[in-house]
Structure formats: C-alpha cells, structure tokens
Design a protein around this ligand. Structure first.
Ligand code: ATP
Ligand code: MG
Length: 333
C-alpha cells in the first residue's frame, strides 16, 4: 500500500471544517493506504497556549479522531512530540529554506496579523518557521500522498520545493509527496463571516461548529449564522456566501448535489434551510459523541498513542539517519 500522512494541530477543538474537509475522508483512506495520522502538538505552541488547556485539547483531538471513525488497528495514530525525529528533521529543513519563501506563506501573514502586531517584535519566531517543521512532519515518512484542504496547499508546495532542492543538492533522499485535495475542494466557511474559512482557533465561538458542541450549541450557532436579507435559497458563494455555506454543509453531510439542494428548498425560507442543516448536523455528531465518551476513559488512548509512536519511530529514525548522512552530519554511522 502507498503511504499517506496527515495531522491536525490541537490549537482548539476539532471543527466541522476539519471534519468535513479532511477527517471524514481518512476513514476511507485507512483501507486504501498505509495511513499515518498525528496530533500536531508542536505546531499548537506556535501561538500562546495554556498548558492545562493544551493537554486537554491534545487528548480530545486523539479521542475525536477515533470517535470519527479512525481505527488504530488499521492505521498509525500518534502524537507528534512522541517522535522526536520531527524536531530533528525540522531543524535541518529550517537550514534548507529561505526567509523569502517563508515570508510568502499566507498563514504566517494571517496569523501574525491576528496576534495584533504590525511590528515583528512580538510575533513568535515559531509562527514564521513552522512550515519547515511541517515539511519535516511529511518528509520524515516518505509518503506518496498528503491529503489536505485547499488552505494547506501552499504548505505542501513548500515541502515539495525543499524535497526537490535537497535531492538535487545532496543526492536522492526524499520522495516528493503529492497532495490529495479534498473531493470537491471542500472549504467550510466561518458562520459569522462567511467570506473567510472556518478555523478551530477562531476567537469567535459562534463562528465555528465544534465536533463536540452539544446539540443545543449547534442549534443556536446555526440559528445565528449570518445569511442575507434576500430570503432566497440559491447557491451563489460570491453574492450569497452565508446561505451557500449552509447549503454546502448540508450537501456534504447528506451527499446531495447542489441541484438536489435547489429542488429540496425551492420556495422555502431560511428557517427551513437552517432547520434542515441543524438536523443533519445532529444526526452526524450524536453517534460521534457516544463513541467519544466511551473511549475517553481508562488507558485506551495512551496505549494507542504509545503503539503508534513505536511504529512511527521505526521509520523516522531511519530517515533522519539517511538525511544526516547525506548532509555530512553523521560521519561514523
Ligand atoms: P487553525 O485555526 O489552528 O489553523 P484549522 O481549523 O485551520 O485550525 P488546521 O489544523 O490548520 O485547522 O488544519 C487541519 C486540516 O483541516 C487541514 O488539512 C485543513 O486543510 C483542514 N481544514 C481546516 N479548516 C478547514 C475548512 N474550513 N474547510 C475544510 N477543510 C479545512
Ligand atoms: Mg489552519
């Protein structure tokens, strides 16, 4: 089987965007590929985190992956920091990238702006260099494929550029990974500002559906989701981003085409649309919550992560040795 790797940062609770954009597809991929999935706790600390919260979110993300349908018997689930080779290769790749290419990363521009500083003085350095760690997360396992949402395409481009550059300079050492974009390029938008994507680390709780939100929270968030004053249900992401986003959420969960949606809501109003979206969401999350509550107890998760780290480490150690060798770091190995 071809290898595939992906991760999610526990910078907040898993969002509906994360689920529909990536996690849902992994359930299929775990049968087709040799799938590696990690909880990217080293990426979470690129923005300030409360340690107690970070622990909780890290555990939660692990449990949610499984509750959403990942099966540790079929795939490898681990914690990024448990495999120290991520940091080791990350540093090496930092020396193989340029200030220019990192400055062009749109996420750096967005997130540093969000930190509220126009001056560079208080922007954490990690927020600038993390794409190198991300490249290491990937290249460490020589995967053939990396499943990503559209917002992550630029990161994968950088990983590919670094891989090609090092292969040319020092001799073949990396497989150049291919992106697998979410079917239909799914991008779930922010419920309060539907012109930007839904992000789990958003400051506005009403803007984001979390996979662990209670049914009441979900109902309220959909109720207060921004639409427009036209009261016409039509898929038009440019002129009607809020309504289109709600239609899209429904369509993806229910496997509807946009045509099916137009038929379903012909002559209906926004309340009908929101009621349907809420119902679809509740149907989706309730079984996930049940599974989550079951596996969060006892030592199960710890065992899963320990096993996963062992499997990941075997590959990672070999790869770091190879890279260090090519670069002349390990003279005696
Ligand atoms: P953060 O705000 O911390 O960046 P995030 O919600 O953007 O959180 P990431 O950890 O950056 O989540 O990304 C995890 C995965 O989820 C990525 O593969 C990304 O492409 C996908 N993803 C994130 N947001 C969305 C979205 N709104 N729609 C579809 N896919 C998404
Ligand atoms: Mg993100």
């Amino acid at each position: 089987k071809d290898r595939m790797i992906t991760g999610i940062t526990p910078s907040g609770s898993m969002s509906l965007g994360n689920y529909l954009g990536v996690v849902k597809n992994l359930i299929e991929y775990q049968d087709q590929y040799d799938l590696f999935v990690f909880v990217a706790n080293l990426h979470a600390i690129t923005i300030p985190q409360d340690p107690t919260m970070l622990k909780a979110k890290t555990k939660e993300m692990t449990a949610l992956y499984i509750a959403c349908g990942l099966d540790p018997e079929k795939m490898t689930l681990f914690l990024q920091s448990d495999v120290v080779e991520h940091s080791q290769l990350g540093w090496i790749l930092t020396t193989q990238s340029t200030m220019g290419e990192l400055s062009r990363m749109t996420q750096f521009k967005d997130k540093s702006a969000k930190q509220g500083e126009s001056e560079n003085i208080s922007i954490p350095t990690g927020l600038f260099t993390y794409p190198c760690l991300m490249a290491a997360d990937i290249l460490l396992y020589d995967p053939k494929y990396v499943p990503v949402g559209v917002d992550q395409k630029q990161h994968l481009e950088l990983s590919r550029d670094i891989a090609i550059r090092m292969n040319n300079k020092y001799g073949e050492m990396h497989i150049v990974p291919e992106p697998i974009l979410t079917k239909g390029n799914i991008k779930i938008m922010d419920l309060q500002d539907p012109t930007k994507k839904m992000s789990k680390s958003s400051n506005n709780p009403k803007a984001v559906i979390k996979m662990l939100d209670t049914p009441a929270e979900i109902t309220n968030k959909i109720k207060s989701a921004i639409t427009d004053s036209e009261n016409l249900i039509k898929y038009d992401p440019v002129n009607k981003p809020g309504v289109s986003n709600l239609m899209n959420i429904y369509a993806i969960i229910k496997n509807f085409s946009i045509d099916d949606c137009h038929k379903r809501w012909a002559g209906k109003n926004y309340k009908d649309l929101k009621d349907d979206v809420t119902e679809a969401l509740l149907e989706l999350i309730i079984p996930i919550h049940e599974k989550y509550n079951e596996i969060i107890k006892g030592d199960y998760l710890k065992d899963v992560l320990e096993n996963g780290a062992l499997k990941a480490k075997k590959i990672a150690i070999k790869k770091v040795n190879k890279v260090q060798n090519k670069l002349g770091i390990n003279w005696y190995r």
